[in-house]
Design a protein around this ligand. Structure first.
Ligand SMILES: O=P(O)(O)OC[C@H]1O[C@H](O)[C@H](O)[C@@H](O)[C@@H]1O
Length: 552
């Protein structure tokens, strides 16, 4: 609950920020940099192996202090403690959100309903370790006694995006013994493409689903199961080749998975926060358990930083409050995630689910409609590729898009001067976004090129770049399991803090359910069933008729 019952937008801290925004409107960052030689040094902080330069933001000391005052006033420190202590902060489902417990190995007890959950967490990690070891050592084999060569992970949403991101990001740490594949979509092309690449005798399937009720996952699991049976496997082969990670072991057993092959999930972990649990099994298989533990310890270091560092130096809090500043006081509608690292290509997709599913909400925890914008649209892609695509809009479009530039200081693949060039590209973007190009600078440039006065007059307006576009630069020495763990945990906490300010439940996702409910009725009708209330509008019916007319 917020500490002050007054509506968020009428609190003094909020109103102070609104007037500071008015005051700063005509002072571009370029001027702020010119006026203060220590700016970069002052707006720089570190934690858990990550460094953040947040000086290229529309920020003054007074604004920073006011943002932190708002965070305190909304109870960020108290709510943070409540999360770590296992209070039921997911109010609509009356559950704790304890992803932090999953990386609390060797730490204090974490109590849920009077029971310490840490022994269960440790036990699951130990099972993951022995399973991984059995597979990689060849002690556990496929149904013909051959060592496994491929692991196909079947899951969607949080049971897919996090593990996929980490497996890709840690490619340089892969042991090379197993090829990893991910299947998520109900588009049959997804699973068919993967099955064409693997051999039944040597392929391990992981069915990853917290609920074990997700249609896409169950249908894909069924196809994989049939494929194994059609290609020489027997019922015993299913027991050897299929493993599940789920909180619903009953359904997993009904699917035919042996109880020994079921790894646990708990209702106190949200799907989008679950890669640290046995949902991370594909990660453990691909990079080994030592690296999985290193990933957890990086995330734990970020947890400690978040929990114990004063708000003014606190990475997730600073990034969250800057996001609030732009979403709620400057009208920004989206936020770009721009990793300058080839291995982080899937980071924007993971953060899309993390943030948009968590904070894409329009009522407060009490069910009252919010009177302010909540979670922004999260999007992005790897640099430098984006520079030759959507960065044009960042520089000269009409929208304000704050961006996070994420780059390691050292490359995993030092080749030629590539990394220096990549780094220069990253910095040139953040500097160009901040500084822009004035009309006078544009004119001077064109004069130097020897253009006529008429041509200069015609071209100059197109070459003006207003600048004053905010960005964060997030650095790490190298992309390792530890720094990756810290990076993902940083964004989890950033999302949490914003949810606290907006007073939404960041751990439910009721909006996803409506499409699922309607999907059932529509599928029935496609299969020849009658029109129902859920499908009876003329557009939907017309589209169903069209689909049926082309059904083979
Ligand atoms: O792990 P599962 O129960 O299969 O759920 C997979 C995904 O499905 C959903 O519809 C939710 O929106 C996601 O938060 C979840 O991660």
């Amino acid at each position: 609950m917020p500490l002050d019952p007054a509506p968020l937008t009428s609190r003094p801290e909020w109103r102070a920020l609104a007037s500071l925004q008015q005051g700063l409107k005509n002072t571009p960052m370029r001027t702020l940099f010119e006026q203060d030689p220590d700016r970069a040094q002052r707006y720089f902080t570190e934690g858990a192996g990550l460094s953040l330069d947040f000086s290229k933001n529309r920020l003054t000391d007074e604004i920073l202090a006011s943002l932190m005052a708002l965070a305190r006033q909304c109870g960020v420190p108290e709510r943070t403690e409540a999360m770590f202590l296992g209070h039921r902060i997911n109010v609509t489902e009356a559950r704790p959100a304890l992803h932090t417990a999953l990386r609390n190995t060797g730490g204090n007890a974490v109590m849920v309903d009077g029971i310490d959950i840490m022994p269960e967490v440790e036990q699951s990690l130990a099972r993951m370790a022995s399973f991984t070891d059995d597979i990689l050592s060849g002690r556990r084999t496929g149904y013909t006694g051959k060592t496994f060569t491929d692991v196909v992970s079947i899951g969607i949403g949080g049971s897919f995006l996090g593990p996929k991101l980490v497996c890709e990001a840690l490619k340089p740490y892969q042991n090379g013994q197993l090829r990893g594949h991910f299947v998520a979509n109900i588009d049959g092309s997804d699973i068919c493409e993967v099955l064409q690449q693997v051999t039944p005798e040597t392929t391990l399937f992981l069915i990853q689903s917290k609920s074990f009720r997700t249609q896409e996952t169950l249908e894909n699991g069924q196809i994989a199961r049939d494929w194994l049976l059609e290609n020489g496997g027997t019922d015993t082969a299913i027991a050897q080749h299929f493993v599940a990670v789920t909180a619903n072991s009953r359904e997993a057993e009904a699917f035919g998975i042996a109880s020994d092959n079921i790894f646990p999930m708990w209702d106190w972990v949200g799907g989008r926060y679950s890669l640290w649990s046995a949902i991370g099994l594909p990660i453990a298989l691909m990079v080994g358990m030592t690296n999985f533990h290193a990933l957890l310890s990086g995330a734990r270091a970020m947890d400690q930083h978040f929990r114990h560092t004063p708000l003014e130096q606190n990475l997730p809090v600073i990034m969250a409050m800057l996001g609030i500043w732009y979403s709620n006081f400057w009208g920004a509608e989206s936020h770009a995630i721009l990793p300058y690292d080839h291995y982080l290509e899937s980071l924007p997709a993971h953060l899309q689910q993390l943030d948009m599913e968590s904070n894409g909400k329009c009522v407060t925890q009490d069910g009252e409609p919010v009177s302010y914008p909540t979670g922004p649209i999260i999007w992005g892609g790897v640099g430098a590729n984006g520079q030759h695509a959507y960065h044009q809009l960042l520089h000269q479009g009409t929208r304000l898009i704050p961006a996070d530039f994420i780059i390691p200081l050292q490359s995993q693949n030092p080749v030629g001067e590539h990394h220096a060039i990549l780094f220069a590209n990253c910095l040139s973007q953040t500097r160009a976004l901040m500084a822009g190009k004035t009309e006078e600078e544009a004119r001077q440039e064109l004069e130097q090129e020897g253009l006529s006065q008429d041509d200069i007059a015609a071209l100059a307006p197109h070459k003006v770049i207003h600048g004053n576009k905010p960005s964060n630069t997030l650095l790490m020495d190298k992309l390792t399991p530890e720094t990756l763990g810290a990076l993902v945990a940083l964004y989890e906490h950033r999302t949490f803090v914003q949810g606290v300010i907006w007073d939404v439940d960041s751990f439910d996702q009721w909006g996803v359910e409506l499409g699922k409910q309607m999907g059932k009725g529509i599928l029935d009708q496609i299969m020849g069933g009658p029109a129902t209330k859920t499908t009876s509008d003329s557009s939907t019916e017309q589209l169903i008729r069209l689909f049926r007319s082309k059904r083979p």
